[in-house]
Design a protein around this ligand. Structure first.
Ligand SMILES: NC(=O)c1ccc[n+]([C@@H]2O[C@H](COP(=O)([O-])OP(=O)(O)OC[C@H]3O[C@@H](n4cnc5c(N)ncnc54)[C@H](OP(=O)(O)O)[C@@H]3O)[C@@H](O)[C@H]2O)c1
Length: 232
């Protein structure tokens, strides 16, 4: 896909990976809507801030009315991990699904007519290595990312006839606010954003953005006991 001159919309573009994705699209010649719950929090030059809370149907509908000619939709917004499925607050567990699954779905449905009208169009969903692997302390996040992965695959089939390619990006730990509290090796979100937009330009169906994701993907073929040896 030639990004130059295309219109893109990035959710959660005020900080973290979303801010880098919006900057990368802008630098490659796209006209960019930087969507945020608080548009005043968008501090990037050369983009158009737009209000969008992906869990609020009225906000999603208003953004789809306000933005025009969107050919590249980047579903990046995400709520932070935390809730255990067994002991976590049910409202926190629900928020993970409302954001990563229902929010991503609502935004994609709202922009599908615009994507169709552009013909050559793309949806990029920011997934995770945790779409494929569950860790107990963040079980709700993992379940939501897994559901978002399944959604990505269903929509890639449903959107293909209208000329919209759907790409899933899988990544492990990145250096953003989301996991600021974790003392682990983290990748640079600016580099992940470059890989992501390279993938959109190349028309890739899936982007495996780091070694952790590659390892977890390979681990799927080892079955449950390969992924979770502690329960063997
Ligand atoms: N960081 C990692 O290690 C990592 C690893 C794998 C995948 N990911 C995924 O990467 C994506 C970006 O995460 P990040 O690391 O950049 O996290 P982040 O720095 O915490 O940023 C999250 C962004 O999502 C926005 N957001 C949250 N809920 C929203 C809602 N209901 N409506 C609209 N925007 C909302 C936030 O907006 P506010 O500023 O208004 O809160 C913020 O802009 C997420 O999908 C995440 O699951 C992250």
């Amino acid at each position: 896909m030639d990004i130059t001159g295309k219109t893109a919309l990035v959710t959660g573009a005020n900080r973290g990976l979303g801010r880098h994705l919006a900057a990368e699209l802008r630098d490659r010649g796209a006209r960019v809507y930087a969507a945020s719950r608080d548009p005043q929090a968008v501090d990037l030059a050369g983009v158009t801030p737009i209000a969008l809370d992906i869990t609020n149907p009225a906000s999603v509908a208003a953004a789809a009315r306000a933005a025009t000619r969107v050919a590249i939709l980047v579903n990046n917004a995400g709520s932070p991990p935390g809730a255990s499925l067994l002991t976590g607050d049910l409202a926190a567990i629900r928020l993970e699904m409302d954001t990563h699954f229902f929010g991503t779905l609502a935004v994609t449905r709202a922009f599908t007519p615009q994507l169709a009208a552009q013909g050559d169009s793309a949806v990029l969903n920011i997934l995770s290595a945790l779409s494929w692997l569950s860790i107990p302390r963040s079980g709700a996040y993992c379940a939501a990312k897994s559901a978002e992965w399944s959604l990505t695959n269903a929509l890639r089939i449903e959107l293909a006839p209208q000329g919209t390619r759907v790409t899933g990006l899988h990544v492990g730990y990145m250096d953003t606010d989301m996991i600021r509290h974790l003392d682990v090796a983290k990748s640079d979100p600016a580099l992940i954003a470059k890989l992501a937009i390279d993938g959109i330009e190349a028309g890739d169906a899936e982007i495996i953005a780091d070694e952790t994701s590659r390892r977890v993907l390979a681990g799927l073929s080892t079955g449950v006991l390969g992924l979770y040896p502690q329960v063997a």
